[in-house]
Design a protein around this ligand. Structure first.
Ligand code: HEM
Length: 468
């Protein structure tokens, strides 16, 4: 059954489109050839969008915003020729580098380990017993509990413990992203601004607490910092403090709020779709459980743990994640010169002349969920293996150079561990109408789309974990 619908005809063209709007001229770059060509341009910069995002959505104070406005040096190590911005004020380069540092070195392995534990802990302790319980919206489980697990993995448990509404507030920012970005007045969307302010206060509170308590010996050999969670947060404070206008604690809080938010917006949605798609189809559910089962580590009487290395290599699980990204993730922002430019992945990801032709002829229509698009058969062993080759320009959910998402491996871990925990710990009956599963898309695409309506389900705790 098809649950995929996309309502904006502008996103179905094979060629790029120019829209004149009240505020900006917007270019939608789409189609595989245009996209490949766009990613090959070195002069792209996401600076102006980032500045608007940081000020309007994440409350960056004016003094720090001025540093953003003056920075025309680009995100790369080598400044754009002609730029006179002093090195210490290269805000696009410095913030981007500090964000990428979370995903490098030993600290990254600790981060993934914490993600593994916190995801299992949060998702396996839902208030669900061994008889069926009605859950009004499956999406809420991911929006609240998986977001909290991811925040815990980055900051340690303190931020969520001191500010239990943080996960909800972060998702309210995603829900209202476009109006916040356009700077609609506060009285028109009081709830959204209040959620943003609460989230900012929560980060300020955590920063103040961590600064007060952290000592050099709080960092262990694996770059875990007892108070900051990832040691990269502590390092980032030092780097950003050197920039003009960033001596205001709100500027640092605004940057970290953006970072924590960007780690959630897409990944939580894909984990939800991945799990929903699995529980809706008994054959897929069985095949997923067959791949997850051998990755369960301890026996049924001990706390659940997975052999994550093995889990990440299971062919069907990887193909399911790739197929969810193809069907549910649309669009990506960037800027050439002074025009607002949105590169849309939709046409290429949904092109029947690519996905259902040639050696893919016979595959189900593009709007159907079919992980087999990413699986090939080994001629000798006849086993299936995951395969992404030959997709150039047709599959780029994580963007392309120079703006490739640094969190893509983290996202894969988060999604597959969440799915593995859900199918191991619960049975689930999906009660939602198809209409509720239509993608909630806005006029301009931006990442993983949420479902349009609530997704009621019945959950039941499994008597024995897999392998029991
Ligand atoms: C399904 C999940 C995800 C998708 C589809 C996705 C997609 C993207 C895309 C397309 C961009 C480039 C945006 C642009 O050019 O403006 C991006 C940037 C970014 N993503 Fe992701 N992302 C995902 C998950 C994550 C996760 C889990 C994290 C963190 C753990 C993360 C952290 C970031 C950051 C920090 C940036 C900005 C990088 C910079 O400033 O240089 N993302 N993501």
């Amino acid at each position: 059954m098809s649950t995929y619908h996309f309502r904006s005809p502008l996103l179905w063209k094979r060629h790029s489109v120019h829209i004149r709007s009240l505020f900006h001229d917007i270019y939608i770059i789409q189609g595989d050839k245009s996209i490949v060509s766009l990613f090959s341009k070195n002069a792209l910069s996401s600076g102006p969008v980032n500045r608007t995002l940081m000020v309007n959505v994440f409350g960056l104070p004016k003094t720090a915003a001025e540093t953003y406005s003056k920075d025309d040096s680009g995100e790369h190590r080598r400044p754009i020729p002609g730029s006179k911005v002093p090195d210490h004020n290269r805000v696009a380069f410095l913030t981007s580098t500090s964000r990428h540092r979370f995903f490098l070195g030993r600290g990254y392995y600790s981060l993934l380990r914490r993600l593994h534990f916190s995801t299992i802990k949060r998702l396996s302790s839902l208030d669900v017993g061994c008889t069926w319980s009605a859950v009004p919206d499956l999406f809420d489980i991911f929006r609240i509990h998986l977001t909290a697990a991811s925040i815990d993995s980055f900051t340690g448990p303190t931020l969520m413990e001191r500010n239990p509404s943080f996960a909800n507030d972060i998702s309210a920012i995603k829900e209202n992203l476009l109006p916040l970005m356009l700077g609609l007045p506060r009285f028109l969307m009081l709830g959204a601004y209040q959620a943003r302010d609460r989230a900012l206060e929560a980060v300020l509170d955590w920063h103040a607490w961590a600064r007060q308590n952290s000592k050099p010996e709080s960092v262990d050999a694996d770059e875990n910092e007892h108070f900051w969670g990832c040691d990269s947060f502590r390092e980032k404070q030092t780097t950003l403090l050197e920039m003009d206008g960033f001596d205001d604690p709100r500027a640092l809080a605004s940057e970290d709020l953006f970072f924590l938010w960007s780690a959630q917006g897409n990944s939580i949605g894909t984990a939800f779709w991945l799990t929903l798609q699995t529980f809706r189809d008994p054959e897929i559910l069985q095949a997923v459980r067959d791949e997850v089962g051998p990755c369960v580590k301890p026996g049924p009487d001990e706390p659940l743990m997975f052999n994550v290395d093995r889990l990440m290599c299971q062919p069907l699980l990887q193909a399911m994640f790739a197929e969810v990204l193809r069907l549910r993730t649309h669009g990506y922002w960037t800027i050439p010169k002074h025009s607002l430019c949105v590169a849309s992945s939709t046409t290429a990801a949904m092109d029947p002349q690519f996905w259902c032709a040639g050696d893919r002829a016979g595959h189900p229509p593009v709007h159907e969920f079919f992980p087999g698009r990413f699986l090939k058969t080994n001629r000798q062993s006849k086993g299936k293996f995951f395969n992404l080759s030959g997709l150039h320009g047709h599959s780029f959910p994580f963007g392309g150079e120079p703006f490739t998402c640094p969190g893509r491996v983290y996202a894969k871990h988060e999604n597959l561990v969440a799915l593995a925990t859900m199918v191991t710990m619960y049975d689930c009956e999906v009660l939602a109408w198809d209409e509720a599963l239509v993608l909630k898309t806005r006029s301009i695409p931006g990442g993983t789309a949420d479902p349009s309506g609530k997704v009621p389900v019945r959950l039941r705790r499994r008597k024995y974990p897999l392998g029991g």
